[in-house]
Write a protein that binds this ligand. Structure first.
Ligand SMILES: Nc1ncnc2c1ncn2[C@@H]1O[C@H](COP(=O)(O)OP(=O)(O)OP(=O)(O)O)[C@@H](O)[C@H]1O
Length: 325
């Protein structure tokens, strides 16, 4: 089936006066796709999201939604809706009024607004909360209302800027699952921003990994994990050991791709066990090899049971990556 491009960012550049910003941004987002901009603080992910929502003008390139350029449109004229980190609900309005407000502006008939608000509340599991004020809700509940409010506007593209970062870990995981369900149920196109790689991996069809204003790699979570295109991606996504060998070459290996054998094995890297930490169904074993470098490994409990501190061991690597320094 031919997939329709919903959002297209071409040759986009946005620079602040101090020279920070983003450049050479090219991304196609397909209809019904969940795409996440992922990267460390200051890499430019919020800048991109704000240009999509119309809160920032761009210096170069274009932004197309459903084939039409939106770069000169103000936020309210764009077919987008944005959810921010801080829930941004109007504190003096009830939940009902918060949800109805955008629809009233769009001149939706009153009876239709009522059924739409009910539908929105049901979608985010908040039926019955119409009369409450935002201040009477928990952070997670407020964010559900903010998401419902955005969805009621029926945006072509839903923009979410670190929407769960103010929530505690448990609520955050729950909201993550709910967002995934809503996205699939409505088949809505989403651009999501986070600096949390686990959140990105769990939610996204594709991830855009950013660093210092540039795109490092665009791919599915498995593509990015299994084939990190650059050293930055390799170090940012998941755990990775970087080992410099005596001949000066360097190699990267994930902890789960290291096999430990007791004693020295001809032709294998050897070292001494430094720490053994049981992390649940697997064990983290750190091994000090040449030049005081430490290799982190994940091994099964039954393998770790045979190991002791200071044991001499050998390491073999099932899969390695090579990057320029
Ligand atoms: N209004 C502004 N004026 C000048 N520089 C800015 C402005 N907003 C952001 N920047 C700079 O642009 C770069 C990208 O910022 P941006 O907020 O897009 O990053 P981010 O990846 O979203 O980071 P965070 O996760 O911390 O929000 C940073 O170096 C930041 O300091």
């Amino acid at each position: 089936m031919e997939r329709k491009v919903k959002l297209q960012i071409t040759g986009m550049e946005k620079k602040y006066k101090n020279g920070d910003g983003v450049e050479n941004i090219n991304i196609d987002v397909y209809e019904g796709e969940f795409v996440t901009m992922l990267g460390p603080s200051g890499c430019g992910k919020s800048t991109i999201l704000r240009t999509l929502g119309g809160f920032l003008d761009i210096d170069k390139g274009d932004i197309l939604i459903d084939g039409e350029s939106v770069k000169d449109l103000p936020p309210e004229k764009r077919p987008t809706a944005m959810v921010f980190q801080s829930y941004n609900l109007w504190p003096h309005m009830t939940v009902y009024e918060n949800l109805a407000f955008g629809l009233e502006i769009k001149k939706v008939p009153k009876n239709e607004i009522k059924s739409e608000v009910e539908r929105g509340l049901k979608l985010v599991n908040m039926t019955g909360y119409e009369k409450k004020y935002p201040g009477q809700l928990s952070g997670g509940q407020q964010q559900r209302i903010a998401i419902a409010r955005a969805l009621l506007l029926k945006p072509s593209v839903l923009l979410l800027d670190e929407p769960f970062s103010a929530l505690d870990a448990k609520i955050r995981a729950q909201m993550r699952e709910e967002l995934k369900r809503i996205q699939e149920e409505l088949n809505i196109t989403v651009v999501f921003v986070t600096h949390d790689q686990e959140e990105a991996m769990a939610l996204s069809h594709r991830i855009v990994v950013m660093n210092k204003g540039f795109i490092e790699q665009i791919g599915t979570p498995t593509e990015i994990y299994d084939h990190p295109a650059t050293r930055f991606v390799a170090s940012f996504i998941g755990e990775m050991n970087f080992l410099t060998k005596q001949d000066g070459s360097s190699v990267a290996v994930r902890p789960e791709d290291v096999t430990i054998t007791r004693g020295e094995v001809q032709g294998q890297l050897s070292g001494d066990v430094r720490t053994i930490m049981v992390l649940g169904h697997f064990v983290e074993v750190n091994v000090e090899v040449e030049n005081r470098q430490v290799i982190k490994t994940y091994v099964a409990r039954n393998v770790a049971d045979q190991l002791h501190m200071k044991d001499r061991v050998s390491l073999s690597f099932a899969k390695t990556f090579q990057y320029c320094a």
